[in-house]
Design a protein around this ligand. Structure first.
Ligand code: ATP
Length: 235
């Protein structure tokens, strides 16, 4: 069941001590989609993504990655690439040297990485041999995303990848994510800005106070849904 679907989330719930951070969250990510998880601070986006990355256990619910139940340490995690928070790069090393160093630390075979392809998709093709010290903030952000792309996982999960980027860099991010979500791959990305999701995603899941309040194609949801405007206006 769902063996060909990158991600199926059903009834996800996450409680902390006496607080329900995520409740009844269900959605699907299909191949070719760039799905935006949109909501204000505290909506439960990071909590949801941390569960989806296998970093923490759900209190209840089911997560299927290509039909396999996702749990911390599950083998199917190798089909998922994730960026949680900006990784530190060594400024005196080149972009590609940083990625090689990171990949070594994962212990996976060098032949699986394809550093050039990840850097190309991330729009850093011309800067691979420059030291990271000379990179702009947007370039460092894209290097972090290239790192999550190593091995070309079929599902890429990114927490706020456009955080701190200016409009031209966000436009660039659209190209990066759309390029990635071809050849059967898919992307799930969180954001607290409607305009960013509108520009970079094909589909959107809107969260507020731990629950989904709307979901669908970006063009349908972003249009004139009063619910969405209400929920997103307090960002
Ligand atoms: P942000 O954009 O600020 O990251 P978010 O939508 O990602 O917002 P979460 O970080 O998932 O929201 O937080 C959802 C709620 O869960 C918040 O009210 C937060 O205070 C709470 N929360 C998060 N982590 C913990 C924790 N470890 N213990 C207790 N409560 C937590």
């Amino acid at each position: 069941e769902h063996a060909d679907t990158p991600l199926v989330v059903r009834g996800l719930r996450k409680e902390y001590a006496d607080f329900v951070a995520v409740e009844s969250v269900s959605f699907t990510v299909n191949r070719g989609q760039v799905v935006g998880l949109l909501g204000p601070n505290g909506a439960g986006k990071t909590t949801s993504l941390r569960v989806l990355m296998g970093l923490t256990r759900a209190t209840a619910g089911e997560i299927l990655v290509f039909g396999h139940r996702l749990e911390p340490g599950a083998p199917v995690l190798s089909r998922l690439g994730a960026l949680v928070e900006g990784p530190g790069f060594l400024p005196h090393l080149t972009g590609i040297a940083n990625l090689r160093l990171y990949w070594k630390s994962t212990g996976r075979p060098e032949a699986d990485a394809d550093f050039e392809q990840a850097l190309e998709i991330a729009g850093l093709g011309g800067a691979v041999n420059r030291r990271v010290r000379t990179y702009s903030h947007g370039m460092r952000q894209r290097l972090a995303i290239a790192q999550a792309m190593l091995g070309m996982p079929e599902l890429l999960v990114l927490d706020e990848p456009t955080d701190g980027l200016d409009p031209p860099q966000i436009a660039e991010m659209r190209q990066v994510l759309r390029r990635y979500a071809t050849d059967g791959r898919a992307v799930l990305v969180s954001s607290h800005l409607l305009a960013e999701v509108e520009q970079t995603c094909t589909d959107v899941v809107v969260m507020n106070k731990g629950k989904i309040v709307a979901s669908g194609k970006v063009a349908e949801i972003v249009g004139d849904s009063p619910t969405v405007q209400l929920e997103v206006s307090d960002v």
